[in-house]
Design a protein. Structure first.
Lengths: 161, 264
């Protein structure tokens, strides 16, 4: 059976997989990181978004073997060791940007990449366009957009420290 | 998904050999179409050959042309200042494909090799009169696209780069399906000193095509008004749950005028 070696949330893993094993299956079933969700399984809903080498990727549409040698960050890798939430997580809580929570891990991962990619600022339109690949079926985006706008200055202030 | 043998060769020659030796082997570029196809069991390759380690990504501008490596992602093209300056229509087109996460993985070469009749890039490459470079030859865009999901590529042939002449003006406009973001009708227009080339994706049963009547009128007068009166027959256009052939025929004109207006 082929093996894949990758770094997930800072820790290196070597795992036996099949050719057809998806990255999201590796994360959830082999590594037990069930924070990354599978919603549509057709790369439309974005519940499975993780970062691969810092970029948002739909982990249901990437083979585990494609991630060999890569660095993957999942929702479990965001909070500090002492439990302090990532500023994006904190702002999602602050602005009530979730209801059932199913889409939240993917929303947060997409949002962090979006904020990282726009250091000089983000308009509401850019935030809404940036969330194109993430579907929420209960809160209806408004508070998610607010949370992301609020997290932007916090994340870039932190980066400047 | 059925299982398969996965390979990630480190040289183009090895990749070509793996794909040529096994008729049921398939190349994997960004996988944003191919992996969903595998999940639906629409294809059952014995072997999947990942092209990620062949060094096929990157953008270079030299003289009057832009060369884009086949494995360059939509996100890289959409965020390239060079592409925006030289072929703004292509930069805009790449920014409209899928969503940000899809654009981080999907590649230009993968899209061209698949030649989905509603894909965006075939319209840019055909309208610009580009050249598809492979491991063994150069294929002009006018010969490359041979109908829905069909190209001039041979078994085991791998696209290495796409060479695009720099036009005076270019623009892409898309009337997109709100769910899939594929083009119901997409129009790429390119103005060169020698004349205008205009290609339409999403509409034709045979995939991307050039609209020679529009081209002739726009070469004489590059303005939306020049084509306002030209009717496109519905014969040969797609009819599906998203849009009838008649509606697509109407959209071809509307979207083409928008593209010309945008090119300025």
């Amino acid at each position: 059976m082929p093996q894949v070696t990758l770094t997930v949330n800072g820790r290196q893993h070597t795992v036996d997989v099949e050719g057809r094993t998806l990255l999201v299956e590796l994360l959830r079933e082999k590594l037990g990181l069930t924070g990354t969700h599978v919603g549509c399984d057709t790369s439309q809903c974005g519940a499975c978004v993780v970062h691969v080498n810092g970029e948002s990727v739909k982990s249901c549409t990437m083979l585990a073997l494609q991630a060999d040698g890569d660095s993957v960050t999942t929702i479990e890798g965001l909070a500090a060791a002492d439990g302090t939430l990532h500023p994006m997580q904190e702002m999602f809580r602050e602005h009530h940007a979730l209801q059932c929570g199913f889409c939240t891990p993917g929303m947060v991962m997409t949002a962090i990449d979006l904020v990282n990619a726009h250091p000089s600022g983000l308009t509401e339109k850019e935030i809404r366009e940036g969330l194109e690949g993430n579907l929420c079926r209960c809160t209806g985006y408004h508070n998610i957009v607010k949370a992301i706008a609020a997290a932007h200055p916090l994340m870039h202030a932190k980066a400047a420290e | 998904m059925y299982d398969f043998t996965y390979d990630k060769p480190g040289s183009l020659a090895d990749a070509v050999k793996l794909l040529s030796d096994d008729m049921d082997a398939k190349a994997l570029a960004g996988g944003q179409t191919f992996i969903p196809v595998l999940k639906q069991r629409l294809n059952r390759p014995s072997r999947v050959v990942d092209l990620a380690k062949l060094g096929l990504s990157g953008i270079t501008v030299s003289g009057d042309k832009v060369t884009i490596g086949a494995m360059t992602t939509h996100a890289t093209i959409a965020s390239s200042a060079e592409i925006k300056a030289k072929i703004p229509g292509l930069q805009h087109q790449a920014s409209l494909i899928g969503d940000e996460a899809v654009r981080h993985r999907g590649t230009m070469g993968g899209s061209l090799a698949n030649n989905d009749p509603a894909a965006c890039y075939p319209s840019a490459v055909l309208a610009l009169g580009g050249t598809i470079k492979t491991d063994r030859r150069s294929i002009p865009a006018d010969e490359f696209f041979q109908g829905m999901f069909t190209t001039a590529l041979e078994q085991g042939e791998i696209i290495t780069s796409i060479e695009l002449p720099i036009p005076e003006k270019s623009a892409y406009e898309k009337f997109r399906n709100p769910a899939s973001r594929y083009a119901i009708v997409g129009v790429f227009v390119a103005k060169f000193p020698s004349g205008v080339r205009l290609a339409i994706t999403g509409a034709g049963q045979g995939g991307v095509f050039r609209h020679t009547e529009f081209e002739k009128a726009l070469s004489a007068n590059f303005s939306p008004d020049a084509i306002a009166g030209i009717k496109t027959p519905a014969d040969g256009l797609n009819s599906d749950i998203h849009a009838s052939a008649e509606y697509r025929a109407h959209l071809v004109n509307v979207v083409a005028r928008r593209a010309v207006a945008k090119a300025g």
